[in-house]
Design a protein around this ligand. Structure first.
Ligand code: ATP
Ligand code: MG
Length: 333
């Protein structure tokens, strides 16, 4: 396996293009992801992820974990931070419903001169250069595409590109992680693939202090009062088991701040801007979290709250229901 830097730099681009030659076929490698990604708080899960990538012996193999958790909780950020903590080049492959097996591996590209060149995907680029590949939102990709990765995530550590007609072995240093999303637009991943993607690491919501640090890190220009209002809101929503995330907090703050500075001659008050942002970013229902939580529990039915005897005799909305207006706190954190 030979990876070489091209010796002539393109004039407009200051990053060198890298090629590798596998079984006589030249592959153009993708560029690694170089943006900074810091992981704040929750050190345990970062350590668990880093442990997956350790090898204790020549015969040992690294693990490829699944990172799961609510949307916007920080799964992608965690993987980016872990790769950077180890100083390994990071390649991110965004999986989608349209990802075909070959997109994951090698894509032929027709140049202007009519020649075919082969472009290695971020995954294959990580395999060749001994980097980390994050398969982001892995369960948006269908079973057929996953099937082409079965030999990569077991002892064989290789993939077969039908298009380029080559077998590509992974470098010893190659590591991977997969993030999985929990929403409707995902596929069931077959068991033989899931059994190769272990362990499952669940990213949870941050505590109050960490959530404040996360918002401060992303929005260092935000007023402390606005940050505090947002953290209060997010913490309350985590307690009520609603899935408003740090990402929601970041977006709502960004919008509120923009609205406040927009028209200096008619400034909007902080509270007004924040309330408006809450409604516009997270929906009207976010204004009353308690009520939203109650409604969610009801639509989830017996799954979320056990039905009481009264539920058999009263409609949930009935004011005569013994639990109506009850300030039944969710304190089973
Ligand atoms: N612990 C953390 N440290 C720093 N930033 C964080 C942390 N947790 C979340 N964030 C920030 O919150 C936002 C959402 O995180 P991220 O995109 O990683 O979530 P996700 O779980 O991958 O979401 P999705 O399910 O939509 O893919 C990002 O801007 C990220 O930087
Ligand atoms: Mg993500």
């Amino acid at each position: 396996m030979h990876a070489r830097e091209s010796d002539s730099k393109p004039v407009e681009e200051n990053e060198a293009v890298t090629y590798a030659e596998i079984e006589g076929v030249q592959l153009k490698l993708s560029r690694p992801y170089t943006f900074p990604g810091q992981w704040i708080g929750q050190q345990e899960i970062l350590m668990q992820l880093l442990a997956c990538w350790i090898t204790v012996d020549d015969l040992d193999l690294p693990l490829t974990p699944r990172l799961v958790g609510s949307p916007g909780v920080g799964k992608t950020q965690l993987a980016i931070a872990a790769a950077q903590a180890q100083g390994r080049p990071l390649y991110i492959y965004q999986c989608t419903a349209d990802t075909r097996p070959e997109d994951l591996l090698v894509t032929p590209v027709l140049s202007q001169g009519g020649e075919i060149s082969y472009h290695a995907s971020p995954l294959v680029s990580a395999m060749i250069s001994g980097g980390v590949c994050l398969l982001d939102e892995g369960n948006r990709m269908n079973e057929k595409s996953w099937a082409s990765l079965a030999p990569l995530f077991d002892g064989r550590r290789l993939v077969e590109s039908i298009v380029a007609g080559i077998t590509i072995p992974a470098d010893r240093e190659f590591r991977a992680a997969v993030t999985m999303n929990q929403d409707e637009s995902t596929f069931e991943i077959p068991d033989y693939i899931l059994s190769r993607l272990q362990p499952t690491l669940e990213v949870g919501f941050p505590n109050k202090q960490d959530e404040m640090s996360i918002l401060q890190y992303h929005l260092p220009f935000a007023e402390p009062e606005m940050l505090a209002m947002t953290v209060e809101f997010l913490q309350q929503s985590h307690q009520l088991k609603l899935d408003f995330s740090p990402r929601d907090g970041i977006n709502l703050l960004r919008f509120a701040i923009k609205r406040m500075i927009q028209d200096p001659s008619h400034p909007i008050s902080r509270d007004q801007a924040w309330q408006e942002a809450l409604e516009k970013c997270l929906g009207e229902e976010a204004v009353d979290l308690e009520q939203l939580a109650q409604r969610r529990r009801r639509t989830l039915g017996g799954d979320a709250v056990p039905l009481g005897l009264a539920d058999l005799f009263f409609d949930p909305q009935d004011p005569l229901h013994p639990d109506a207006d009850g300030d039944d706190e969710e304190d089973d954190e």
